[in-house]
Ligand binder design. Structure first.
Ligand code: SAJ
Length: 413
């Protein structure tokens, strides 16, 4: 039913989607503005680490089912998976979606489907239809022509968890939001090619809001755990004990506190809701602020304790935004270590098994060095566990004896 599909934006979502589609007998043309990404993919390599992705990409390219280009070519369907960041004022920045719309508009034909996968504020998919229409007065679009439109436009928000993308890409249910009913039906047919989960069809704006609600739900629940941890620190009570015991109730399931919430999704998407309904989004805004405030709490505690030592050595375990990934984007751990370095709090020994060199912002301070776990734990006066990597789990309790330990994740509890 679809012979050629184009995926616009070959990042954490677009490339795995392109690889998944190419296993279903579809010819996939990936489009990206970054020529080094395009070259790498055409050489059969993935530009970032995600379990099972490298083998999927090399297989798809070797079979001739996947290739990458800088400019869109005619296809039966386009999947747009570009970033939707927030600007300085925490307003959604839709410039990448608009640029993608402008890039594909010129190659649209009657019958083409355009799907927006990027997490987007309510109304963006309808706006995408308008942006496409601005460039093609010869075609009709669903925001004005409904089911009769030449071009079909839908939203199908990505829902995969980094670290499990290749599995969840296939097994998760999908939300399909059509700008018209016909758009929803067509988009469902595309996703049913490679999805084993159910495809739930609704309108575009409901699908946008449902996706944002998923991430806001998680953010609010993590904020609850983070606020509890700050309260327990203040009262001298062990947070991990409190949560473990409270979770023995059949209807209580408190998430894990941490050094803050990172990544490019949960720390960003709730702001789209706040920006769409600033008066009403009280709890969602507060949760964001609670989670954004957590790194400062960790920094203050570590700074206060380290001041008790002469020339303190501080082991910082983990830099990534969450466990078992190599992704440093919006990482609270990186923010904490960078600020400890800038504040000259002590000599910092950074243990991060998923990277090979310190990021520039940290290396530049001269206060931190990348270190293996054994020597960092041996030398340290203060140990700050920031990421719950599996590699940190088997630390012997005797190694920690006599040191001040901040286990922000409750990993060693
Ligand atoms: N975190 C905690 N405590 C917890 C769980 C997470 O502090 O109990 C922290 C993590 O360490 C990390 C941040 O929250 O810093 C976010 O991590 P995550 O694993 O909860 O989520 P993401 O950002 O990797 O992926 C989320 C997922 N959304 C939901 O689970 C509702 C994923 O399914 C989405 O596809 C993704 O956002 C996205 O792209 O929107």
């Amino acid at each position: 039913m679809f012979n050629t599909v184009s995926v616009v934006g070959l990042g954490y979502i677009g490339l795995p989607t392109a690889a998944a589609l190419s296993t279903k007998g579809v010819d996939v043309v990936g489009v990206d503005v970054d020529s080094s990404t395009v070259d790498l993919i055409n050489a059969g390599r993935a530009p970032f680490v995600e379990p099972d992705l490298a083998v999927a990409v090399s297989g798809a390219v070797a079979m001739g089912r996947l290739r990458a280009t800088l400019h869109p070519e005619p296809a039966e369907a386009y999947i747009i998976a570009v970033p939707t960041p927030i600007g300085d004022g925490r307003e959604p920045d839709l410039s990448y979606v608009r640029a993608a719309a402008e890039a594909v508009a010129g190659v649209l034909q009657p019958g083409t489907l355009v799907v927006l996968e990027s997490t987007s504020p309510p109304g963006t998919t309808v706006q995408l239809s308008r942006w496409l229409a601005e460039h093609r007065s010869d075609l009709t679009f669903p925001h004005s022509a409904g089911n009769a439109a030449d071009v079909r436009v839908a939203h199908c928000p990505e829902r995969v968890l980094p670290g499990r993308i290749m599995i969840e890409m296939v097994t998760n249910d999908r939300l399909i939001g059509g700008v018209s009913e016909a758009c929803g039906t067509r988009a469902k047919a595309l996703y049913e090619l490679f999805t084993q989960g159910q495809c739930h069809v609704t309108d575009a704006t409901t699908a946008e809001m449902a996706k944002l609600s998923e991430n806001a739900f998680r953010d609010v629940n993590i904020a609850f755990a983070n606020e509890l941890s700050v309260i327990c620190d203040q009262l001298g009570i062990d947070t991990a004990d409190v949560i473990a015991l409270a979770n023995r109730h059949p209807r209580v399931n408190i998430l894990q506190p941490g050094p803050g919430v990172g990544g490019h999704c949960i720390a960003v998407d709730p702001w789209f809701i706040v920006s769409a309904a600033p008066e009403q989004a009280q709890l969602i805004r507060t949760a964001r602020n609670v989670n954004d405030g957590k790194p400062a709490h960790v920094i203050a505690e570590v700074t206060r304790t380290s001041a008790r030592f002469r020339d303190p050595v501080i082991a910082c375990l983990g830099l990534t935004f969450k466990a078992n990934v190599d992704d440093l984007r919006e990482s609270p751990a990186l923010q904490i270590v960078t600020e400890l370095a800038a504040g000259d709090v002590g000599r910092l020994l950074v243990v991060e098994p998923h990277i090979t060199e310190l990021p520039g912002q940290l290396a530049g301070t001269g206060q931190a060095k990348l270190c293996d776990m054994e020597s960092a734990l041996h030398e340290a006066d203060v140990i700050v566990l920031l990421v719950d990597h599996d590699a940190f789990r088997p630390v012997k309790r005797t190694t920690l004896r006599g040191k001040v330990v901040f286990d922000t994740r409750g990993l060693w509890h």
